[in-house]
Design a protein around this ligand. Structure first.
Ligand SMILES: Cc1cc2nc3c(=O)[nH]c(=O)nc-3n(C[C@H](O)[C@H](O)[C@H](O)COP(=O)(O)OP(=O)(O)OC[C@H]3O[C@@H](n4cnc5c(N)ncnc54)[C@H](O)[C@@H]3O)c2cc1C
Length: 278
């Protein structure tokens, strides 16, 4: 069985990427084409596979090959059942969980290559540039970031001196995001708070992680001023290494939900971290 793996990151538009990905699939002439499911790939790979006459599956967490038979595994039914299946159709484009791409390639003994993606856009429209969907500012939700930084409601609570420190909290959070390139997540309590909406304009309900929020897939996560209650932490189920900073040594993170809990003042910790990051 011929297997090729393509490492695709960076930015690209759907109209440019679909013909370029399709050409790369055809040119690969492989039975199995592995690609990491980052946001760029997820946006265009299904259409490209259709155009290249390939089968495609996304959200794959494991691939096993035996002779001419490839079997992949994917979570289904809201991550309750791990299904294994295979296909006879070839080529078969297998879009993996981005965090598992390198591991799957190493297991199959395939070295990821960077395909040539310099085809002209197949479109009847002219494109004069691109603008972020977030009006007036930079997006704080970065699905491809290595790290998730979660801010909880503690940032808006009265601190040891009996006062609120909303401006200082906003500066600590945005300062860390700018220096680390992390994606910003939030607890429900924080994004539901009117005072947070006023002071933390860089976040909205779109940042909420958890049962009624999102379930991101970053390699690492750091929670600050967040209690780590179950409805929040279920949203962390795909986060690899988990750390938390909380004043309360008995918070939810201490109940086996984080690898490391720093029992400390997040204002002081993040000020020091931002200082060290320069
Ligand atoms: C049906 C249902 C669905 C829900 N869905 C979600 C969901 O999707 N996502 C979600 O997040 N929640 C969800 N919740 C709410 C969830 O149960 C919690 O209420 C919420 O996550 C608590 O948010 P928090 O930890 O930020 O706030 P709090 O519980 O108020 O905790 C604040 C924490 O900040 C700490 N703190 C304060 N100051 C400092 C400091 N200086 N340094 C360090 N730590 C400090 C405190 O010790 C405390 O632990 C849901 C609840 C229900 C009932």
């Amino acid at each position: 069985m011929t297997i090729r793996a393509f490492s695709i990151d960076g930015d690209g538009t759907h109209s440019q990427d679909v013909p370029a990905f399709a050409a790369a699939i055809k040119e690969a002439a492989a039975d199995l084409v592995l690609v990491p499911g980052n946001s760029r790939v997820r946006r265009s790979m299904a259409a490209a596979a259709l155009r290249a006459g390939a089968a495609v599956d996304t959200g794959i967490v494991d691939v096993a090959v035996e002779g001419d038979m490839a079997t992949v595994r994917r979570w289904v039914y809201r991550q309750r059942i791990l299904a294994a299946f295979s296909r006879v159709a070839r080529p078969w484009v297998v879009v993996t969980d981005p965090a598992l791409f390198d591991e799957i390639c190493a297991k199959l003994g395939v070295k990821p290559e960077t395909p040539k993606l310099d085809l002209a856009a197949d479109t009847h429209s002219w494109m004069n540039g691109r603008q972020s969907a977030v009006a007036g500012g930079e997006s704080t939700i970065r699905p491809d970031a290595k790290m998730l930084f979660v801010a909880g409601a503690g940032w808006t609570k009265k601190q040891a001196d009996g006062a609120l420190h909303l401006g200082e909290a906003a500066a600590a959070i945005t300062g860390f995001l700018a220096r680390s390139g992390a994606s910003l997540g939030s607890s429900k309590s924080l994004v539901d708070m009117p005072e947070a909406a006023e002071a933390f304009k860089f976040m909205s309900h779109m940042n909420q992680i958890g049962q009624t929020g999102s379930t991101p897939r970053h390699a690492k996560g750091l929670a600050t001023c967040c209690h780590g209650e179950e409805p929040h932490v279920v949203g962390w189920r795909f986060i690899g290494e988990r750390r938390a900073v909380n004043l309360d040594a008995n918070c939810g993170w201490a109940q086996g939900k984080a690898d490391v809990l720093y029992v400390a003042d997040a204002f002081a910790v993040m000020a020091k971290v931002n200082e060290l990051l320069g």
